[in-house]
Design a protein around this ligand. Sequence first.
Ligand code: FES
Length: 56
Amino acid sequence: MYVCLCLGVTDGQIREAIYEGCCSYREVRNALEVGTQCGKCACLAKQVVKETLTEV
Ligand code: FES
């Protein structure tokens, strides 16, 4: 599923970034640039990060 339409970032890419070592929304944002255009996806992106971090 697409989380960020501006940059075409999926929830899978966010999870992968976390498995590869990102441990906060800020780090995921720096790595994938998710939420850096219109910002509408920030809330959902943060939620995916939070959910994934509680899994790992
Ligand atoms: Fe992610 Fe616009 S949808 S920045």
